[in-house]
Each structure stands twice: as C-alpha cells, then as structure tokens.
Design a protein around this ligand. Structure first.
Ligand SMILES: [Zn+2]
Length: 269
C-alpha cells in the first residue's frame, strides 16, 4: 500500500526532516493499473479525503474551544461555501509555519502561522488556499503523483519484488511530490485569486502583501524571528509581495504598511 500526500501548501516544499507536522504516511491509497489513465475529479476528491483523514488523525487538531479554532472560525466561518465550493477547515497545533488545501475542499492552517499573521494576512492565506481548490490545482498535482506511483509499481513488478514502500521512501516521495506540485503558474494564479477574494470581501488587500513579506522574512531566516524555521526557503515570496503591491497601487488600494516585521509575541490569544 502506498500513500502520497496530495495537498498544496502556502510555503512550498516541506522539509520533513525537522518538521513537527506529521506527513509520514500522508495519504491517499494508490491503487494500480489503468485507472491512472482515467483519473477523474472524483478520484482526486476521494484520495484527498483519505489523505486529510489520515493527517487529522496523526496531527494535533485544535479543539472547538481552543483560541486558535475560535479565531479561525471568526475568519473562515463565513467563507465555507465561497465560490460554490464546499470547504472545511481545522487548525493543526504544530510548530511548522504553513497551511494547505486539498482537492476535497479541506483547508488546514497551522497554529504557528496563526502566531505570526494578523487577521488580514490570514484571510489572504485562506484566499490563496481556496484559490488552489477552485482552480483544481490539487487535482493536477494528485494526478502526477498517482502516475508516478504507478510507474514505481511497474518498475518493482518488473524486478519481481513486492511493491511495498517503507516510511522513509514514502516520506521522500511525499516531499518530491510537494516540490513538483508547486508550480509558479499555479501559485501566482492562487495569489491572484486571493487578491480578488480580499477585494471582493472588502478586506484590506495590503494583508496579502504583508503576509508574503513575512514569509520572505522567514525564508531569509530573519534573526528577529523567535519562531523556528521549519520549511525550505521560498525565494519567490518577495516577488509575490511586490506583485500584490503593484496591483493594489493600480486599484488605488495601496496603503504603505511601512517595514513589515515578524511579531515578537504570538498573535493568537
Ligand atoms: Zn499555494
């Protein structure tokens, strides 16, 4: 049985080496054979659902009265059916700074991200993740991982060995998948979606700018950060921030937030 992670994150590839977030066997049971050729939306949704169920079981999920849940309810609650989608969300209480979305409409936000982002910035991240769901990016990513797994199967059956991957192989494959799935085009389209989401809901679009400035600071390994740097650097964050600034200026929505810094105290209380 092979399991592959099938979701897209805000920060790109996760370095699972030191990560607290458990992606070990995340998930989606990959069956074999010709099905790869007729990979449907329903396949993507089903496998995503299995992945998320696995991750929910294997990560510390914030309870209903947890301050993180209360805060996310406040921000995300009114967008559960955004754009005709059927979305669900949870907080994982982990040190890693990230968020992800899956084809089945599941969005997971990590508590450490909520520690460094203001409400507006979190809304921008939420908009970005909804963009991935809406654009069916996770379906494409899933399909390529599925085909990759099918190819691995073919190779191992040719050599006559049983195609069972151990945890470390699964981890490697999951990482390779997250890397591969992180296409610039999909990311910039999700950013555009996020900007439009902010604008349409009359949120401050500058939040999208400062969110990426903060992610850029993290990838620089900023010394002012008291937060652990758990993820691979994402060199595009600064460029993405500038792209948002440009659009905001054009729309007359730009308000200079000054120098963006990582907070020194947690923003979820
Ligand atoms: Zn993304």
């Amino acid at each position: 049985m092979k399991k592959i992670i099938v979701c897209l994150t805000i920060l790109g590839a996760m370095s699972s080496m030191n990560a607290q977030f458990n992606l070990g066997k995340a998930a989606g049971v990959v069956t074999k054979g010709a099905k790869a050729l007729t990979f449907t939306n329903e396949d993507a949704i089903k496998l995503s659902k299995e992945s998320v169920d696995w991750m929910d079981k294997n990560n510390p999920v914030a309870g209903p009265k947890d301050p993180y849940t209360v805060r996310l309810n406040k921000l995300f609650g009114k967008h559960k059916t955004q754009d005709g989608l059927n979305l669900n969300y949870k907080v994982y209480k982990v040190k890693d700074i990230n968020a992800f979305a899956c084809a089945d409409g599941s969005v997971r936000v990590f508590s450490s991200l909520m520690d460094i982002m203001t409400d507006n910035e979190l809304l921008a991240v939420i908009g970005h993740e909804i963009g991935h769901v809406k654009n069916q990016d996770t379906k494409d990513a899933m399909k390529s991982a599925y085909l990759k797994a099918a190819a691995l199967d073919a190779a191992s059956s040719a050599s006559g060995t049983v195609a069972t991957l151990n945890d470390s192989q699964i981890g490697k494959m999951a990482n390779a998948f997250l890397d591969a799935s992180h296409s610039k085009k999909q990311e910039s389209e999700a950013d555009t979606y996020s900007y439009d989401f902010m604008k349409a809901n009359k949120y401050d679009v500058v939040g999208a700018y400062s969110a990426f400035k903060k992610l850029a600071l993290l990838s620089e390994g900023s010394a002012q950060s008291g937060f652990e740097k758990m993820f691979n650097s994402h060199p595009d964050s600064e460029k993405r921030a500038q792209a948002i600034k440009k659009r905001a200026e054009k729309d007359g929505l730009w308000k200079d937030p000054g120098t963006v810094a990582l907070p020194t105290t947690k923003l979820t209380k």
